[in-house]
Design a protein around this ligand. Sequence first.
Ligand code: FAD
Length: 407
Amino acid sequence: MSAPPIVIAGAGQAGLEAAAALREAGYNGPLSLIGAEPHAPYERPPLSKQFLASDADAGPDVVALRGADYYQKQSIDLQSGVAVRGIDRKRRTALLSSGERLRYSKLILATGSTPRRLNVPGAGNPDVMVLRSLDDAAALRGRLAAAYLRVVVIGAGFIGLEVAAAARAAGHDVTLVEALDRVIARAVSAPVSQYLADLHRDRGVRILFERRVEAIDAYRGGALRTVRLAGGEVIPADLVVVGIGVTPDTALAQDAGLEVADGIVVDEYLRTSDPDIHAIGDCARFPSPHADGAVRLESVQNAVDQARCVAEYITRGAAQAAPYAAVPWFWSDQYTDKLQIAGITTGHDRVEIVGDPAEHSFSVYCFAGQHLLGVESVNRPVDHIRGRRQLAQLPARAARTPEIRAA
Ligand code: FAD
């Protein structure tokens, strides 16, 4: 009897990459990639960028991560539209929504994350949208094709800003509503927040800081009418897009008795509290030498590099495999500008700016004391690449910043 397959739960960026990396690393046993969405694996970054401006007939192919024949050629049993509903760890079996019970030799959880919803009256209106999946993006693209809309974007994080840019480029009136006092406050330095806020204002976006949404009101027929803010302010709206962050999809792991704490808790080899089960990508909380303690990251780089790390661990064994230590990096496109971030800059207490925001080309080097934590670059790809190299050569952040940690 042949060995049971390696089963991957979640066929997104991390799940697909894990399957591909296992094959590239020489694993030629059975491999099942189980994905709840009806589409073959696709990339999400274009969904808030080019895809929103694409023709209505541009379908899943434009964002597909692999060609249609890839899975058969690589003997990957891709099951789209099928969810893993439960894990029987004793019997090493995954229970699928199709009714199948699939034994596994190793299980990789790559379940991603789900957008947070607004918890206010009226938030269930169909014109209050989120953007995570290809189907979300197709629905939003359809709405943005209207001649003129008053669009209210709630949340000035990466997704909110990218949607605001796409909606302005399509000629709509756009208001951004943010609870904090600057854009992307949790992930970038103040100078980059300032630059991005100015960029959006210059393009005609109205930004309201330190505002909380209290309700979304509709006309009797269901069409949206206004977004009501705490304090009584009212913004006319035909369409609302909510970009207020995500929560990791940990239910499967939690039900199986694995350790979960805002993410599925894994060690430096991305093993959960069950050594036969790994977790990677948006759903995993892992110890990073580039952070103070454990983190959960939502980026393509993290999904791809963690997938490769696990494939190496499974194919070469613990003694040969390297712990996960990749330098985090990220990008965002807004209008014609590209922001790139190397490292994790949260916790910095000092910045040095190279270049000139007025020239739309600058980098912010973020330090804790003397120690570089990360580099945020706008239209300066060379600084970004150098920053990544520099960070890869530094000792772990905990060793770099002991005095900061002690303070
Ligand atoms: P996902 O890609 O979300 O895949 C998880 C998959 O698992 C989903 O398809 C889900 O349906 C499926 N699933 C969940 N539970 C189950 C189950 N029980 N059984 C089977 N399947 C299940 N990152 C960047 O670095 N740069 C960008 O510019 C950027 N832009 C983005 C724009 C948008 C609109 C979005 C939504 C994300 C963006 N990201 C960007 C983030 C990046 O796409 C994610 O970090 C990445 O997709 C994470 O990969 P993942 O495989 O962990 O999760």
